[in-house]
Design a protein around this ligand. Structure first.
Ligand code: PLP
Length: 478
């Protein structure tokens, strides 16, 4: 019988502690903050002591909480993380790969993957998932692209993928796992936007359900644990849990926040007991909004079943409302601003063409209705137009001259982006749309990339990753 809905071990131990060896001593030493927060939170802000176990070498309550989490998330092992999914992603890349090892990676990776490549010293073999021309977003990774890369580089040591993309599109994960296991290599999954997937059969399969070997799961994003808490889940024969733990300990703090750890334990219990019902309600709310927006608000469009079956979209997460505002002739950034300033609604993400609203277990009929009503009012201020023929043409993936780690450790200098064609860059440059790095450390900058950056800057798109926030300058290898 499943025990993953069991009581919260970390909570129970916490309330038994009377005085913790922390500077603030239950808030007494920080009265200006207790005035606002009260004492409760300080009473739970504890640190390592015998009853509370050790994150470094769990054998007590943390070990038991992790065991219950592994069961709940359908993995063999769960490792609690207190430095975000970034550290889980870096840890799984470092655990699975040695310097110089090849890893197949979709191009639309988060910057934590680029830093994981620098830390591990691995060589990325980038594959380009299909791009949805109308939405201007990247879909999931396809089995064919992985098969082709494996044929070209049979010495590959791991496959990295994202389940689901920020925009809710699933990769062909079960097939990718089967293929990887034929080559006897692990699949590593960034599940920053899929911590809820394991808790409802109508959602796309979670990484662990699909057979992946390591899954970095942002519990803080979608199942309610506190910001910065996360989990690394592992299963199967390819990754030794003891080695994984040793790798995580390289960067894990020795003073983890028990507020974060307890929230992971509480989220596990809540989802085990109520996850399916909560997610049924969440999906109903999201689907109601999807229907209302598509049928009753001219000029707006939210994708749904219409994309299922297209390359890179075998399934999608209905809780992600990707609201395309292109036909209103206004940018997603502008709609985000109006929603925040005019309606006090903060969306998850916006890009040139879309605003992304994630409906979660914390939403209610009222919050979702308020969003739909605000969108109705905003849409009525613009005149819909036909933009179906306007397509995004991305520059090709540039060639890799240095490994990301070599580029990072090389001597570099800043130079104007417009003069850097042909140079090897030492930093990442990413733009929305389409939410993929245009260049990553070690790659050779092309004129096509420079022209693309200039053209999307003119349209007010956001550019990220470079040390210079305006991306006027880029760091290149001397
Ligand atoms: C796809 C993806 N992967 C990884 C991360 C990193 O997660 P965290 O912010 O918890 O470190 C993010 C954060 O937004 C993300 O969007």
């Amino acid at each position: 019988m499943s025990t993953s809905g069991k009581r919260q071990y970390l909570f129970i131990v916490e309330v038994a502690v009377i005085r913790a060896a922390l500077g603030h001593k239950h808030g007494v030493g920080l009265p200006n903050l207790t005035k606002i927060w009260g004492n409760t939170i300080f009473g739970h802000d504890l640190t390592i002591m015998p009853d509370l176990d050790s994150i470094y070498k769990p054998h007590g309550v943390i070990a038991e909480a992790q065991r219950l989490a592994a069961e709940a998330f359908k993995a063999d092992h769960a490792f609690f993380m207190v430095n975000g999914t970034t550290s889980a992603i870096q840890g799984m890349l470092m655990a699975a790969l040695d310097p110089g090892d090849k890893v197949i990676v979709p191009r639309n990776v988060h910057k934590s993957v680029v830093s994981g490549l620098i830390l591990s010293g691995a060589e990325p073999i980038y594959v380009q998932p299909p791009i949805d021309d109308y939405l201007g977003v990247v879909r999931g990774m396809t089995t064919d692209s992985v098969r082709q890369a494996l044929r070209q580089y049979p010495e590959t040591k791991a496959i990295f993928t994202i389940n689901t993309t920020y925009y809710g599109m699933a990769p062909e994960l079960e097939q990718i796992c089967e293929l990887a296991h034929e080559y006897e290599i692990p699949v590593l999954v960034d599940e920053a936007h899929g911590a809820h997937l394991a808790f409802h059969p109508l959602l796309p399969p979670s990484g662990t359900e699909a057979g992946a070997d390591a899954v970095a799961s942002s519990t803080h994003k979608l199942v309610g644990s506190l910001t910065q808490s996360s989990m690394l889940l592992t299963q199967g024969p390819y990754l030794d849990p003891l080695e994984v733990k040793s790798t995580l300990n390289l960067t894990q703090t020795t003073s983890p926040s028990y507020l974060l750890l307890a929230s992971l334990d509480a989220a596990r219990q809540h989802m085990s007991l109520h996850g399916k019902d909560l997610l049924t309600e969440t999906m109903n709310l999201a689907n109601w909004a999807r229907h209302e927006i598509n049928w009753n608000i001219p000029g707006l469009y939210v994708y749904g079943n219409d994309l299922v079956g297209m390359p890179g979209c075998p399934a999608y997460d209905p809780t992600k409302l990707v609201i395309s505002v292109r036909a209103l002739g206004v940018s997603g950034f502008e709609v985000e601003r109006i929603l925040r300033q005019g309606f006090h609604i903060q969306v998850d993400l916006s890009d040139l063409y879309n605003v992304l609203c994630v409906v979660t277990i914390g939403d209610t009929k009222e919050t979702v209705r308020a969003l739909v009503e605000a969108l109705r009012q905003i849409a009525s201020r613009f005149k819909p137009r036909d933009v179906r023929e306007e397509k995004i043409t991305l520059p090709p993936i540039p060639s890799l001259a240095y490994l990301p780690r070599e580029a990072y450790y090389s001597e570099t200098r800043k130079m104007p982006l417009t003069q850097a064609a042909g140079r090897i860059v030492a930093e990442m440059l990413m733009a929305y749309p389409p939410g993929i790095p245009l260049i990553t450390p070690g790659e050779i900058l092309t004129q096509e990339i420079i022209d693309y950056v200039l053209s999307i800057k003119e349209q007010d798109a956001h550019i990220y990753g470079t040390e210079d926030p305006t991306a006027e300058f880029i760091r290149v290898i001397r």
